[in-house]
Ligand binder design. Structure first.
Ligand SMILES: C[S@@+](CC[C@H](N)C(=O)[O-])C[C@H]1O[C@@H](n2cnc3c(N)ncnc32)[C@H](O)[C@@H]1O
Length: 487
C-alpha cells in the first residue's frame, strides 16, 4: 500500500483513542472516529511507519522523538480557535465584578496572579492583561502576573510573538484596538507593555502528576473552551489541579456548561447572569475574608454593557440547586430532544429570574425546535428587551423566518446581524443562498465571496461558529471555491 493511502484498521482505533485520551485528556467523539483514523494514518504515512503497532510503540516510547511526535499529533487533534475578549458577558463580569473584588481584597499585598489555562495563541491571557491594566491604571505599586499555559508548544510560540490577524480582533472595541495594537503587515502587533505582563508556559491539564511548572496561589483561573474536548475523567483531573492552584479566595471561570455532570462538591458555585463562577468550598469557608463590598457598577470602560445583577445569595453549607445547574440541565435535555423536561427547567429558572437572558434564548430555541414558531418569536422579542444586540437571537429569528418561507424577513435579519458583527460569516453565507433562491446570483456570489474571504483568514480546523459543528474547511468546501474562481 502506498504511504499516502495509509488508514488505520478498525481494531486499532480504540487503542489510539484511549492513548490520546490518557495523554491529552481529549475525548474523540464517535462522529469524529473516521477523521481521527484518517489523521493517525496521515501521521503514519508522514513518518513512513506502515504498521499501527509500530506507530503506537513510537508514541509510547520514552525518547525525544516520542515527545516530538506528540506535539505533531496534538496540533492535528486540537482546536486552537480563540479571539480577544471572547464572550462579552464573561469579560463584563470580569471587568465589573470579579477583578474589582480581587483588587479590593488584595489592596494591602498589591499582588495579583491570573492563570489562563488552555490559552491557545494568547488572546485570552492578553485580554485579561488589558483588563488589569485598565483597571489599575490609576493605582501605584501593583505587581501582577498573568500566566498563559497550553499543551501545544506551537500556539505558545505564536502567543509570545503577539502578532494577530484582524480576525482575532473582531470583538475588540476600536478604542482598545487603537490603544494596544499597531497595524503591522497584514495584521496587528500587540503593544509590548501588554506582552510583558503575560508569561507563557507549557502545561498539560490532563497530566497534573507529571513534572510540570508549579502553579499556586492563583487569584483567578480562566479555563474556557478546553473542557468541551475533554473526557469526564480528564476534567476531574484538571479540577484537582485548579483546586490546588487556587488561592483560598480565588475564582475559577470555565466556558458555559463545561462542568456539566462533574462532581463539584469541592467547589462552591456563584451564579451571575453572565456566567457561573467557582470558588473552593472548604478552604473558602475556612479562610473566607469578610464579605467584600460589592463594587458599584460604573459606566462601561471597554464597551457598552448591561448592568450586572448580583449573585443569588446561597447558604454556604447546603447550596440549593443553582439556576446555572437548571440551565445546564435544560440545555442538555434540549440537545436530547427531551422538550418537556427542558421546558420545566427553563420555567423553573424564569420563575426565579424573570429577566434571565440565557433562559429566554433556550426557551426560544426549544419552541423553534418544537415548531412553535409564534411562541418562539414572542420569546425572542422578550429576550431582545434584555439584550437588544444579541446576535444569537437574530440568528434564531432568521432561521424561523426561513422555516416559515419568509425569505425577505430572513434577509433583513441576516443583514442586521452583519451590521452588528461585520465578520458574521454564516450570515453572509445564508444571504448568498437566499439571493440565489430569489434569482439574484450575482448578489449571491458577492456574499459567498465575502464569506470565503473571511473563512480564508481562519485555520481550516476551527469551528465557524461555536454553536455549530461545522469547520472552516467544511464550509469552504460547501461554498466551492473552484466554482467561485471560474465566475
Ligand atoms: C479552543 S482553544 C481555547 C482557547 C481559549 N481558552 C479561548 O477560549 O479562546 C483550546 C485550547 O486547549 C488546549 N488544550 C487541549 N488539551 C489540553 C491539555 N490537555 N492541556 C492544556 N491545554 C490543552 C488546545 O491546545 C487549545 O489551544
Amino acid at each position: 500500500m502506498a504511504f499516502s493511502q495509509l488508514t488505520l484498521p478498525e481494531h486499532w482505533l480504540y487503542p489510539f483513542i484511549e492513548l490520546v485520551n490518557e495523554r491529552t485528556g481529549i475525548r474523540i467523539r464517535e462522529q469524529d472516529y473516521n477523521e481521527f483514523a484518517r489523521k493517525i494514518g496521515q501521521r503514519m504515512a508522514k513518518l513512513r511507519i506502515p504498521r499501527p503497532e509500530d506507530y503506537y510503540a513510537y508514541l509510547t516510547g520514552l525518547g525525544e522523538q516520542s515527545c516530538q511526535e506528540w506535539q505533531e499529533l496534538t496540533i492535528m487533534l486540537t482546536n486552537v480557535e480563540s479571539y480577544f475578549f471572547r464572550d462579552h458577558g464573561q469579560f463584563q463580569l470580569l471587568e465589573q465584578v470579579l477583578l474589582p473584588r480581587l483588587i479590593a481584597a488584595k489592596r494591602r499585598e498589591r499582588q495579583l496572579r491570573i492563570w489562563s489555562a488552555g490559552c491557545s495563541t494568547g488572546e485570552e491571557p492578553y485580554s485579561l492583561a488589558i483588563l488589569l491594566r485598565q483597571l489599575l491604571a490609576h493605582e501605584q505599586g501593583w505587581e501582577y502576573e498573568v500566566l498563559g499555559t497550553d499543551l501545544n508548544p506551537v500556539v505558545l510560540e505564536r502567543a509570545r510573538e503577539g502578532y494577530y490577524p484582524q480576525w482575532s480582533l473582531r470583538s475588540l472595541s476600536p478604542i482598545i484596538q487603537q490603544q494596544y495594537f499597531q497595524p503591522c503587515g497584514e495584521g496587528f502587533q500587540l503593544d509590548a507593555r501588554i506582552r510583558k505582563m503575560v508569561r507563557f508556559e507549557s502545561f498539560n491539564l490532563a497530566k497534573p502528576m507529571d513534572r510540570q511548572i508549579a502553579i499556586a496561589q492563583i487569584d483567578l483561573i480562566v479555563c474556557r473552551n478546553v473542557f468541551i474536548y475533554f473526557s469526564p475523567d480528564a476534567i476531574t483531573a484538571a479540577l484537582v489541579t485548579f483546586q490546588q492552584a487556587l488561592a483560598p479566595h480565588g475564582y475559577l471561570m470555565t466556558g458555559h456548561a463545561e462542568l456539566y455532570g462533574q462532581d463539584l462538591t469541592a467547589f462552591q458555585s456563584h451564579l451571575f447572569p453572565e456566567s457561573v463562577i467557582y470558588q473552593q468550598r472548604d478552604r473558602h469557608l475556612a479562610h473566607s475574608p469578610a464579605p467584600l463590598p460589592l463594587p458599584a457598577i460604573s459606566e462601561p470602560r471597554l464597551r457598552p454593557m448591561t448592568p450586572v445583577v448580583l449573585p443569588v445569595a446561597t447558604p454556604p453549607t447546603t447550596p440549593p440547586p443553582s439556576l446555572a445547574d437548571l440551565l445546564t440541565e435544560a440545555e442538555f435535555c434540549l440537545q436530547q430532544k427531551n422538550y418537556q423536561r427542558s421546558r420545566q427547567k427553563i420555567e423553573a429558572v424564569l420563575a426565579q429570574d424573570r429577566r434571565n437572558f440565557a433562559a429566554h434564548l433556550l426557551k426560544a430555541q426549544l419552541e423553534a425546535n418544537a415548531g412553535e414558531y409564534q411562541a418562539a418569536i414572542a420569546t425572542c422579542q422578550q429576550a431582545l428587551k434584555i439584550e437588544p444586540l444579541s446576535i444569537a437571537i437574530y440568528y434564531l429569528m432568521a432561521q424561523i423566518a426561513e422555516e416559515q418561507g419568509d425569505n425577505e424577513g430572513a434577509k433583513q435579519l441576516f443583514k442586521k446581524i452583519i451590521y452588528l458583527e461585520p465578520t458574521a460569516i454564516l450570515a453572509y453565507y445564508e444571504l448568498s443562498q437566499l439571493y440565489d433562491q430569489e434569482g439574484n446570483p450575482s448578489r449571491g456570489q458577492k456574499m459567498r465571496q465575502t464569506a470565503l474571504a473571511l473563512l480564508q483568514q481562519l485555520p481550516p480546523q476551527s469551528r465557524v461558529d461555536q454553536r455549530l459543528n461545522l469547520t472552516v474547511g467544511d464550509l469552504i468546501e460547501q461554498i466551492d471555491p473552484a466554482n467561485l474562481l471560474s465566475e
